[in-house]
Design a protein around this ligand. Structure first.
Ligand code: AMP
Length: 495
């Protein structure tokens, strides 16, 4: 029997229009990529421009299902592209500009992106590749007309000119909530990066799941500074979550160094920061060097790599800010667990609480997890046994883009992380079974490095391992065995 309740599809356009009706004045502040000045707009203002962009995209010829790439920092224009592309039924494909040219070329061509929205300072990446991207038909530079660059690429379109002639009204189409809305590639152990295609449903559910007090605790009066890039799993979904609550968004643009972040924190007074440990190390070091203290910040969400104990302490003791440790992955939209403070945790003596905060936390509602041994048997939740961490839930990948193989085993996704789970269901990562190194939030394949190293004529065997690093969390260490009688210096091998 089915019950007669309404079946309204969960669509990205619905998030934006909800924001417009409920908190039109909520602010989106961005540091502009073009000149580092500050730009301000409201949710209503951004929604009007998003509707203009939707009209412009359709007028240009974008069709449902088309992939529209972005190579861009966190700004209001990137936010508009998120909503407009998804709203018309096309797919916002965010690309990480820190990848190697070969990886960028592969990703553009694998996704068959028809159009690209790019920030001014990233244009050289595409100028070098333009001839190798046969699917790409148009490139829109995200700036005002006065900043349009001279480029080797003909026919660049200026974002502001692209949207200007179009109406601020738009009737968002209604379609199945399982329609794809965005695409993000992640680098694996070996081989080419793999695409994770999110749906409207998975994205809206993830936004709802990330808001509440046991997750990121995003409220109407929150002011959020997501330093985590919009090309890293949609800035952990924050640009979607804010339209639900009306929180103020502060986008750092391309300037993520400690001094620039501190300037933005002083002027915009964020209550919640979100990013990888390397970014916060830069900020903490800068604050130490100038002897300043943050006052507005209550919570610093740290994910992407394990939060170091020294960072948990520094935020608490020097800045009275709570480090909220979170774990997830591209395949999980990304949020899996959050170590939200419980009554018991807050009652602990400080040193004990810091140890507790090092754990990655408990699953947010929607995510199921378990640990298994090598034979697939579930291990006890006793905080001691460790095994492969398996997850499932409505915002977790089932198979990779364009792959006909399931990415799951019996309905569970293997995260490649090795973890313990205690009797309160708090998870702690203890190791990684995937052969990759995470440096400053970016993946480095140990196998790729080993393959290059063994290509050297003097090398018999090579092995790359991750070693702890104060700034980057992990760096690759290359160990080589030379062939009998061969000689090579460290510099030769590194060359
Ligand atoms: P990505 O898909 O780039 O977001 O990377 C996801 C992977 O980053 C996870 O599978 C973990 O290996 C690692 N990771 C993410 N968050 C944490 C964390 N809080 N602590 C330790 N490792 C993490």
């Amino acid at each position: 029997m089915l019950a007669p309740m309404m079946e309204s599809p969960l669509l990205i356009s619905g998030l934006m229009e909800f924001g417009v009706v409920n908190h039109p004045e909520a602010e989106i502040v961005s540091r502009k990529v073009e000149d580092n000045s500050i730009h301000r707009i409201t949710q209503l203002g951004a929604a009007k421009r998003t509707r203009q962009l939707a009209n412009a995209l359709l007028n240009w010829g974008v069709k449902p299902g088309d992939r529209i790439a972005t190579l861009a920092w966190n700004t209001w224009r990137h936010y508009e592209v998120y909503y407009a592309t998804a709203g018309i039924g096309s797919i916002c494909h965010t690309i990480n500009p820190r990848l190697f040219p070969e990886q960028l070329e592969y990703i553009f061509n694998h996704a068959e992106d028809r159009m690209l929205f790019i920030d001014l300072n990233l244009l050289p990446l595409v100028e070098a590749l333009r001839d190798k991207l046969p699917h790409l038909q148009a490139i829109v530079v995200m700036c005002d007309k006065e900043y349009m660059p001279d480029s080797k690429i003909d026919g660049l379109i200026c974002y502001e000119e692209f949207i200007a002639p179009h109406s601020e009204s738009f009737e968002w189409p209604q379609f199945d909530e399982s329609t794809p809305c965005s695409l993000c590639y992640t680098s694996g152990t070996t081989g080419n990066p793999k695409g994770v295609m999110y749906t409207h449903r998975s994205t809206v559910l993830h936004a709802m799941g990330s808001l509440h007090a046991q997750a990121l605790d995003i409220k109407a009066d929150s002011v959020i500074l997501p330093v985590v890039p919009m090309f890293h799993v949609n800035a952990w979904g924050i640009p979607y979550a804010v339209t639900i609550t009306g929180a103020k968004l502060v986008f750092p643009g391309a300037a993520m160094d400690g001094a620039s972040l501190w300037e933005l924190i002083k002027s915009e007074e964020p209550t919640l920061l979100a990013g990888v440990p390397t970014v916060w190390l830069g900020l903490l070091n800068h604050l130490d060097s100038i002897g300043e203290t943050m006052h507005s910040v209550q919570t610093v969400v740290v994910g992407g790599s394990a939060a170091p104990l020294s960072m948990i302490k520094a935020f608490d003791e020097k800045h009275d800010a709570f480090l909220l440790h979170a774990w997830g992955m591209t395949e999980m939209s990304p949020i899996g667990t959050v170590n939200a403070p419980t009554k018991a945790m807050l009652a602990m003596p400080k040193e004990e609480r810091y140890q507790q905060q090092r754990k990655q936390g408990r699953p947010v509602y929607g995510v199921d997890m378990k640990i298994i041994d090598d034979d697939g048997n579930e291990l006890p939740r006793d905080g001691k046994a460790y095994g492969r961490l398996m997850v499932r839930g409505p915002w977790i990948v089932n198979s990779y883009y364009k792959s006909d193989k399931l990415a799951t085993e019996n309905g569970w996704f293997d995260t490649g992380d090795v973890a313990t789970i205690d009797s309160h269901n708090t998870m702690q990562i203890v190791d990684r079974s995937k052969d990759v190194i995470k440096s400053g939030g970016e993946w480095i394949s140990s196998i790729d490095l080993e393959n290059v190293a063994v290509g050297h004529p003097a090398v018999a065997e090579a092995c790359v391992i991750g070693i702890p690093h104060e700034k980057w969390q992990e760096r690759p260490l290359l160990l080589v065995v030379l062939k009998d009688g061969a000689s090579a210096s460290e510099a030769d091998i590194l060359d």
